[in-house]
Design a protein around this ligand. Sequence first.
Ligand code: GDP
Length: 440
Amino acid sequence: MFDNLSDKLDKALHVLKGHGQITEVNVAETLKEVRRALVDADVNFKTAKNFTNVVKEKALGQNVLTALKPGQLMVKLVKDELTELMGGDAEGINLSGNPSVILMSGLQGSGKTTFSGKLANFLKTKKTKKPLLVACDVYRPAAIDQLHVVGDQIGVEVFSDREEKNPVAISEKGIAYAKANGFNVVIIDTAGRLAVDEVMMNEISDIHKAIKPQETLFVVDAMTGQDAVNTAKAFNDTLNFDGVILTKLDGDTRGGAAISIKSVVNKPIKFIGTGEKMEAIDIFYPARMAERILGMGDVVSLVERAQEQYDEEEARKLQKKIAKNQFGFDDFLNQIQQVKKMGNMKDLIGMIPGAGKAMKDIDIDDDAFKHIEAIIHSMTPEERSTPTLINASRKKRIGKGSGTSVTQVNQLLKQFDQMSKMMKMMQGGGGKRMMQMMKG
Ligand code: GDP
């Protein structure tokens, strides 16, 4: 789904990866590429422009010193904004009436009949719902047959009247039939045309006025990109519908419709169709869709967990210590505690895109830090703050005290030494970059 867009966004967001800081220049450069990726995916130009403007403002408004690197921060901002653009929270359908009447609208071929079946099937599994399908296409006998085939397939009754040529009358009869026979949901499948035309709009509008459905849904083929958005606008002007159903998201969709439809008609996408089978229906969750679009695994949750654990004051203190060469084992232990608070190792690794799959067969010790912690706990306070004190006899004592070996103690000391050097180097580099930027 949305492979092309995902690739392009990924490339755009990569621009920031090597940067230590968000600046006007690198944000502008990144967002130009983001905007281009959106427009290429058939997102309406105005929507794409608004989108990048909002992200830019938020990015520049962020405090420089956060737990996130600029690249990560931008991914999070783009993801949050995509979610917002697609509707924020998931929205259900109104099933308050008895029967509750759901009117389907949309062009011919959009997937109305298929989706009517999917929805009936979806509701049927909720034990309290007994749906009835009503065939209101008076022009194409094949459409009535098609709904009957779908109904048989899922075991849901279909109401049709091949003699009746007035769709308003059929829908009213269908509702009356439902009331008389204990159906509590009525799904009305209507006739569509290949393009928006007045006769069709008048017809669906007449049905809508006569039956006053609890829920009017507009079905649209996601593959049609900007056309989908224009059609949605035309239907919404006439029907003021309640929600959008995006079908054929399993295909090679560019994504534009999913991203821009909500902002153009201001109605939520409620369900998506992801295949021809009756089971291929999903509730639309904007946040999950944004994650899919960004091809990001669940890195957002990972980033959020890191943010939750991040304490700006502590970070400043730590930076000072590193600069003064005072980073010791107590600080190291502290860092381990922070990481551990984020969740178990398996969970965390699973959130890294790609890593979960690659490492699924590797057994990761849930208590990966157990030995390290034991070794540090066996050190004296002086040894923790001045690790150079740890000579051969001290190593032996620490190994014994922690139930580990001198080799393991050596390993940790070496890792710690390397880490301290690296941290010092990173600080130096950051400082130099900052100086350069101020000069430039
Ligand atoms: P209608 O004219 O609006 O009632 O559209 P149909 O329900 O007859 O669907 C038109 C075609 O699209 C049919 O061949 C369906 O099998 C197919 N279709 C519907 N929904 C989906 C979907 O989510 N994914 C795919 N791949 N095909 C779909």
